[in-house]
Ligand binder design. Sequence first.
Ligand code: ARG
Length: 737
Amino acid sequence: MKKLFVFALAILAMVGRVRADEGMWLPMFVERLNYVDMQKMGLQLTPEELYSINHNSLKDAIVGLGSEAKPRGFFCTGEIVSEKGLLFTNHHCGYSAIQKLSSVEHDYLKDGFWAKNFSEELPAPEMTASFLIRMEDVTNEVLGVVTSDMDWTARNKAISTKIKDLEKAASEDGKYNPVIKGFFEGNEYYMFVYQVFPDVRLVGVANSSIGKFGGDTDNWMWPRHTGDFSIFRVYADKDGNPAEYSADNVPLTPKHHLPISLDGVKEGDFTMIWGFPGSTERYMSSYGIDYNVDTFYPIIIDIFGKELEVMDEFMQKDDAINLMYADNHAGLANTWKNFIGQCQMLRKNKVSEAKVGLENNFMLWVNRNNKEEYKEALPNLKEAYKSLGEVAKYIYYPNFVAQAGPAGVASMFSTYYDAYVSKDKEGQEAALMMLQAMDVDELFAETDQRVEKKLFAEMLKTFKAAFKAEELPEIYNIIDKKFKGDIDAFADNVYEKSIFATPESIKAFIANPKPKMIGKDYAYIMNTSMMEVIISHVPAYRQAMQTVSQNDHVFVKGLREYYADTQPEKSLYPDANSTMRMSYGSVKDYMPADAVHYDYVCTAQGILEKYVPGDYEFDAPKGLIDLIEKKDFGAYADENGDLIVCFLSTNDITGGNSGSPIMNGKGELIGLAFDGNWEAMSGDVNFEPRLQRTINVDARYVLFIIDKYAGATNLIDELDIRKSEPQPIREEEEVVE
Ligand code: ARG
């Protein structure tokens, strides 16, 4: 009988079969484009409860985390989870702020931090919380300034001027931060009006050995056992308005906060994620993909890989350096591994080949319908990417070398030195004043000279290895002649003798400048010789980049018309661009390879399996290991007594969604999205329904760490935790077996 019951359900599921998973949808259009689907899949909220500009709605609990006072984009997402402005995000999203708040004596990355009351909460540096007030279509206003006689540059200039005007008008004298962004490669424009709260404070975070468990080895991969969450609080003035940090500020009373569900997840459960995905390239041409895979990504992988090697070497043996470089390292490592994964998976999943298929169909349609406007877009893109492929290395490699350590500092003196050389007295004076106003110590903040010197030398070696001998610029002549080709000896010399190597020598120079010295300084020569390489290739590079953006615009315009004509039932969603989006799907497993099945949940047992005491990535706190060994999971265990750590869903997300709430059909928090999976690293370019999953940390694991591990019961009391009554047993199930 049971079987029959399951069978009946399966039929129901087939009847109700709906499109899902792919797409990052604009909240304003959810009711029109997605709502019916979502309801069939299990959503229980009304459209007004999701997004409304007149009433409080779910969107009011979604926060863009920015690093500026008026951010135009967000590095992560957070969600409000209490009536007192408590905010959840990922551990890796709070990472930079937590590092800045830490010292070797109080290392919150290593040891964690839990405020016992409001007064212990720590103002987070460089972190602002933006709430979306409303969004509106401004396409007609923005594109209204474009006239047919404008070339691409004039057009873009007119558009940016118009955007600035519209934003200014909507800001209500600085009360709001309105941001207008282009969609579908500049074919539509929308304005997003935000209220930005600058006073955000750190409330709680577990040790990195929980929050970053598995480190870079596990990053971008499933199964994953990372407690990737951290807790902040948004503060406002006593009237609830945004205010700079002040001891008088009070916790924000939000318009909406998310309840947290203890019900857990089952395969097939409806899930939705709201947040701020940063960037995708779903409409990229095959030429763009090939350029990234064959040329651009390999360059960045090469450079970042070398930098990471140097950092790793120092970080793993020195606590102070480990803390100092933590954020920088995590960011590089994350992108490095992402690009490696993209190269592999774009090839393996044959994404370029799929695009060629689409492009062929598109061109057939263009020719059949005489769409003159679109005929040249793809051939132009092909040409432009060919040029980019030829010049990319002459732009990116020298850029990293030119900016390395003292060479980068030296570049700040070039205006001054150029004015001296051309005997422009006034210019020289003005440039010196700028230099005098510069915060020299800031240039060296968060750096260690031993690491920097090694990085400096490594960049020069990386460049040398990537270019033919006859292409090497002047600085390598000097290294050959004066240092017998020994780059390390050259680096030693620069760090000992260059004006630009230490804060002391820079300050001494500014106090008593002898401009002539600059021209002889090796760090300066290194910078200028790299800049020469760049400058001689910039015209070709700029031209190609412009051709790409112009023809992407035309191609996407054409594609939309092609789809509307040939597949009118298909709704298109715009690429991610750090604006609020909603994605819906369901809890689901996957098969990463033939005969390999990945479950959709993983449990705390996996932490014991991966645990390596003292390891850089797989260590775990003793307290946590004890709780797991005793299976002391309290109210957070599942029905089998296991503790679910992370789970998979089919939601379509990307970087910037990190920290986003994943919610059930009632709009309750069931976890935090924090990653994508390796097999679908091509997902930013093409969604892979069979393989692509979002990795979420389960809300029950988050609560378990807060409550059982950290003992922060004050936070548990503050949260709005819900558990459904057990469902009465269905009659069908009772019948027979
Ligand atoms: N892959 C994650 C993301 O891009 C970041 C994870 C950070 N963890 C790490 N081990 N670097 O959102």
